[in-house]
Design a protein around this ligand. Sequence first.
Ligand code: GAL
Length: 397
Amino acid sequence: MTRTMAVLNLALRGSPFSQKIISICLCCVIALWGCSSESNHYSAFQPGQLWLDNNDVHINAHGGGILFHEGVYYWFGEHKIEDRKGNAAWVGVHVYSSKDLYNWHDEGIALSVVKDDTTHDIREGCVLERPKVIYNEKTGTFVMWFHLEFKGTRYRTARSGVAVADHVTGPYTYLRSFRPNAGFWPKNIKEQQKQVPSQYRDYDYSGGSLPDDPEKLNLIARDYTGGQMARDQTLFVDDDGSAYHLYASEENSTLHISKLTDDYLSCSGEYVRIFEGRFMEAPAIFKHDGIYYFIGSGCTGWAPNAARSAKAESIWGPWQELGNPCIGEDAELTFHSQSTFIVPVPGKEGLFIFMADRWRPENAIDGRYIWLPILFRNDRIEIEWLDEWDLRFFDHF
Ligand code: GAL
């Protein structure tokens, strides 16, 4: 520092011309210094710690997912507000970009909630959760799906919302919302499931708990005409370009996997029910060596529970449950978090990162991110806690 001061002193004592040149050089050095500290912030993941973006602000992209596009990762997630309880959306979907998965640049709000239209589906105060974005090669369009609850409906809306953009970071244009697969039976429906038992025909479920074993209620039949309930959700693009929508349906009791139309904007009507009556949510999916793997959670709201996992040779099933993939201390609480996405690491065959939220309902903006490596061991997938790690971790496998 003393040496720097001495150089500065010398420079300022020189001719006005040399003073000008030196000031310009100094400005450049300071600017470059600023940039390099921005892009060299992190060289490791620190699960559960504050994770600062290029502006030194904790990343605000909860219930999120990652899109890898043209050499850049984009992280989309729910933008939360300081000191707001509950889960209402007051801003929209936030997007960040990164070239290395450690350092994230704030790209702003990809999809905004609507402020001045009290009739709009995504007006301020609605619930807009777990946004995921995929890219459609055929149409050159970025397509976002999310779980939508109209304002004030206390999770009774259970719809899927769709928005599109020509540019990856948006702005995304809201298209519509709906309950998926109206008028279609799932591929694995049994004939006896097509009728709602007479005693449940007019039953109001808004109290939360179901009056009987979900498999006896035939909720799939109740919602056949209006479309199936869709809450926690994710998207997945398979090797052949077909895209799938996974959503917690039938009062959260059963998950659906539904193929999207070729433009990714609608449901194709082709779908299956999986994990019937198992009450799974927070779905995340990936494919490795031709096998599909699933990670999700039980349904306990913000409170963490033990994760679930499963695998299948076809996306349509049968899905074989593999139990809780987490091992070690706090595994029964998924290390105090809930799954949201699985990031395949491009260029590194067989490497996948489990991405989860450590929710902070009392101050949602302070929610933390848990990113951990997925290990293929003992004929299943396993996730172990690490205080800090980087992608070289995978070099050992
Ligand atoms: C969880 C769900 C979250 C959020 C939360 C609100 O079950 O996975 O996305 O909806 O409930 O209670």
